[in-house]
Each structure stands twice: as structure tokens, then as C-alpha cells.
Design a protein around this ligand. Sequence first.
Ligand code: HEC
Ligand code: HEC
Ligand code: HEC
Ligand code: HEC
Length: 449
Amino acid sequence: MRMGKYKKLLALVAVLGAVAVIAAVGCAGKPNPGYPTPRAERAAVTPAPDKFGVVKAEQWKDIYPLQYESYMMNGLNKPPAWEYDAAADTTTVDSQYKQADFIDEKADYLEMYPEIKTLGKGYGYAKYYTEPAGHVYSLWSVTHNGRVNDKTKAGCITCKTPQFSNDVDKYGDEIFQDNFFERIAQYDENISCASCHANDPTTLEVDRKDWRRAMGEDATRVPLQGQVCGQCHCDYSMDPVTGVATSPYYGGVASMTPDSALQWYDEHGYVDWTYESTGAQMLAVRHAEFEFCYGGEGSHMINMGYNCNDCHMAAKFSEDGVAYSDHYWSSPLENADLIARDCSTCHKDITAEVRAWQEELDGRAHQIGLRAEQFVFNFEDAVKAGTLSDEELARLQYIQRAACYYWNFVTAENSEGAHNPTLVNDTLDKAEALLDEGDQILGKSSKLP
Ligand code: HEC
Ligand code: HEC
Ligand code: HEC
Ligand code: HEC
């Protein structure tokens, strides 16, 4: 959601680094105006993959230096915290990174949105919830997110390293049940080239098989430039029996809406945790960036032909004039060149526009979160008083589950509403309608004064 200090510093470095800005000829309506589509030659020899079948980022350094260097920008603020000793075949985490500046400076959502502590009570995200870090920190972040313990399953490693995805392909879904620490200790490559390119960076390939299943027939229609991101930047939950990270979608992008996700979780008995004081069967939602962009009817920009990479990996020129896709994933608003040659051909001031959307939508989501919190308090009072019929209790439990699902679908999304303001409002309307119904059953308003 909000940017921490360290990101602003990185942004500055990125802007200063983009010296070779070449005047773009406006060509509104088509992504990337004035810039050629970057191309790369397939490597004559593919470097030898590791024992998991993964060619590591480091091994592409001399073959695709521009992409590699921009990828390394994702970790510019600190060296990767994960150390691998090839001779001993062991991996160690340097514990001093726990205090690393970049962690201290990440925005703490529990402080900014205290309602999360009530709405997520009993689940991990109420204990620790900060803004995301860059891709090269994925293994570190998942190990130090304050939520994992000895009982944590390996399923949490989903989307953190291509080595795990390859192990899933090789050993099957059983490994989702393995002990988290035992499994993650084997891995030493963060989100990396192989997550999006397999072992050939001149092509794109989805790494996660569950995502290929969820896309169905759309797997061949929707550009891979969006799907490679969507395989991780989407909602999913752990199968109650197998622990497998499972997408709730079965019908391609048309089915990728909060309504159909909730319905699918309901029909398949998904419960992330039980809310102790009310008995509600709760769901946790993951970062649904793909759904906000491509899901249902799609956002304006996607329907106009933009994909994730057009905004987040816009082409750049190297000093000697070679065009390449910028592999430093950050806010498009930090990319002055992109705004000047592309966004500004239609948006008078995209930064101001985005900030205005975010302020309004994030503010509304926050208010509804606070209202949902009050609803939970009212519900708890009624449970204690013992005045509810079985039917009322069941309905209120479902209202808590569903209203929080809609609220969380919006708040867990990382663009703070920018990706699709319309869908944010529609989704929050649904949360409010449920809370209205809950208030009526309880005979008590949860609306804030
Ligand atoms: C999160 C996904 C992702 C990761 C990780 C990733 N790439 Fe890419 N890469 C892309 C996308 C998307 C494109 C644009 C492809 C297109 O438009 O056809 C791309 C394009 C490329 C290209 C083609 C030329 C260009 O610049 O567009 C090369 C070469 C490349 N990447 C190399 C790498 C290397 C090397 C790494 C690791 C150091 C890497 N990529 C990591 C998503 C990724
Ligand atoms: C293999 C899973 C995976 C893929 C593929 C992936 N992401 Fe991510 N992304 C993550 C995770 C996990 C994080 C958070 C990492 C952390 O906090 O350590 C993240 C973080 C980010 C961030 C926040 C970075 C920051 O410093 O705030 C951006 C932006 C982002 N991803 C964009 C993209 C785009 C665009 C694509 C496709 C080109 C993509 N991601 C593909 C898993 C993935
Ligand atoms: C039309 C341009 C556009 C497209 C297409 C787009 N985004 Fe974004 N994205 C944005 C903007 C604008 C923001 C808000 C940036 C800010 O707050 O500074 C954002 C924010 C994000 C963030 C949060 C970044 C952070 O620093 O915390 C992530 C993660 C992200 N987008 C991922 C994706 C993924 C994945 C896709 C494709 C499924 C995608 N985006 C498609 C424009 C776009
Ligand atoms: C060809 C014209 C055009 C260009 C170029 C363009 N946009 Fe848009 N954009 C629109 C229109 C039209 C809308 C929807 C109406 C509105 O502004 O609410 C929109 C909406 C958006 C939204 C809201 C989300 C959505 O899809 O509904 C974001 C974010 C956005 N644009 C970002 C960008 C960024 C970043 C760039 C530059 C990479 C860009 N746009 C380039 C025309 C354009």
C-alpha cells in the first residue's frame, strides 16, 4: 500500500539511472509508444541448471546483462540475505538482517489500519502485516514475517522460489504438507528468471501448474505478460485436506471475481481459521492484483491492451541504445520517462489522478474495516448475551465471513485501488450490504458516528 522510505530512495536511484531518455513519438492507445519492443537472442548455450532444475539469475548475468542488472536493482538497498555454501550444500540466513533497515522502514499496516487486528484475530496477518518487499527478498520475507512457527507447512513457500515449484512438479502435491523450515532450508534462489521464463529468458512460461489449471482455455488467449505475474499476484487458499495452494477459479478470467471466489470457497469447505468469540469460519485473502486487472470484465487499461509489464517493466534504453524490459518492479509513478511518453498522452496528471483514487478508495476501505470491527463487537455482545436463535447465529457468522472477505479482497490488493477503482467500489458495496443486514439482525448499528 503506502511507500516506505527505502522505496523512495530506490526510486530516486532508478530515475537518476535512466539517463538515456530518447524523445518518444506519441502514438496514443498502444502501450510503449516510441519504443521498439525489446528483443533478445536465445543463448547459444544454456547454463547448467542446479539440482532443482533451475538456472539461477546469477548465471544469466553475462548473457542478459541489462535484464540482470535491472533485476538486481530489486535488492539494491541490501545484499540478498540468503547465503548458500555450495561446497557444504547448506543455506544460512544471516540473522542480523532481521534488523535490516529495509524491514524497519517498511510501512506497518497494523499501525495504519488497526482494524486488521480485530478482523484477523486468530490468524497470522493480525500479528504481522507490512508492505511487500522486492522479489529478491521473497525467501527472507516468508521466513521472517512473524507468522511462521514449527507447525507451519511448506505450502507457504509457494510463489517464493522456482525451486519449490519444480519440486512440486517432481514429487507431487504431498510436499505442501512438509515442515516449512525443513523444506525452505534447501532453497537458495528467490523469485527469479525461472519464475517467469523457465530456463529460456527469450520466452515466457508460467511456473505454477495450479495457475495453468485456473486459467483454463484463457491460458492461450490472455497475454503471458500478465499471466506470469498473475500466477503469484492472485488470490488462493490452502486446500483443507491436502494443504495445496489452490486457486478458487476454474473458468479462466471471466470467473476471476470476488463473488465467484467466495462462492467456490463456500462450496468447497474452505476455512482458513475459526473466529473464536463468534464461531465464524473465516477466509484470508491474498493480493488479488491479477483479478483487479484481468478478472471479470477487466480494467480499462487492460481492455485497452496494456499488460502488467507495460506499466511495471516499461522498456528502457541502455547507454548504447539497446532497448530492454526494465526488471526492477516498482510503481509506474516512479518512472518519469514512461509517464512522459505514454501515460501523459491521455492522462493529464496520472500521479495526481492515482493519488486521488487511492485516497478515496483506501479511505473508504479503512472506514468499512472499522465498521466491520464494530459489527464484530456487536456480534460478540449478542453471543455473550445468548439472545440469538440458531438461524440468526449461522447467518451472522456467514455475514462476518463474507463481509470480511470482500473487505480483505480490496485491502490486500497492493495498488490501493489504482488498478480498478470501479471494482473496488463494487466490492466494498457488497461488504456494506452484508453489514447492513447484520445490523438489522442484531438490532444495532455498526455504522461509525
Ligand atoms: C516476474 C517475472 C520475470 C522475471 C522474474 C524475470 N523476467 Fe525477464 N521478462 C519478463 C517479462 C514480462 C518480459 C517481457 C517479455 C515480452 O514482452 O515479450 C521479460 C523479458 C525478458 C527478456 C527479453 C528482452 C527484454 O528485455 O524484453 C530477457 C532477455 C529477460 N527477460 C531476461 C531475464 C533474466 C536474465 C531474468 C533474471 C535475472 C529475468 N528476465 C527475470 C518477466 C520476468
Ligand atoms: C513467483 C511469484 C511471483 C511472480 C511470478 C511475480 N511476483 Fe511480484 N511479488 C511476489 C512476492 C512474493 C512479492 C513480495 C516479496 C517480499 O515481500 O519479499 C512480490 C512483490 C512485488 C512488487 C512489490 C515490490 C516492492 O518493492 O514493493 C511488485 C511491484 C511486483 N511484485 C510486481 C510483479 C510483476 C509486475 C510481476 C510480473 C512481471 C510479478 N510481480 C511476478 C511474487 C511474485
Ligand atoms: C495501467 C498500468 C498498470 C497495469 C497494467 C498494472 N499496474 Fe500495477 N500498479 C499501477 C499503479 C498506478 C500502481 C500504484 C502505484 C503507487 O501507488 O505508486 C500499481 C501498483 C502495483 C503494486 C504495488 C506496488 C508497490 O510498490 O507496493 C503491485 C504489486 C502491482 N501493481 C502489480 C501489478 C500486476 C501483477 C499487474 C498485472 C496483473 C499490474 N500491476 C498491472 C499500474 C499498473
Ligand atoms: C490511450 C489513452 C490512455 C493511455 C495512453 C493511458 N491511459 Fe490510463 N486510462 C485511460 C482511460 C480512458 C481510463 C479510464 C477512465 C478514467 O480515467 O477513469 C484509464 C484508467 C487508468 C487507470 C485506472 C484503472 C483502470 O484501468 O480503470 C490507471 C491506474 C491508469 N489509467 C494508469 C495509466 C498509466 C500508468 C499509463 C501509462 C503507462 C496510462 N494509464 C496510459 C486512458 C489511457
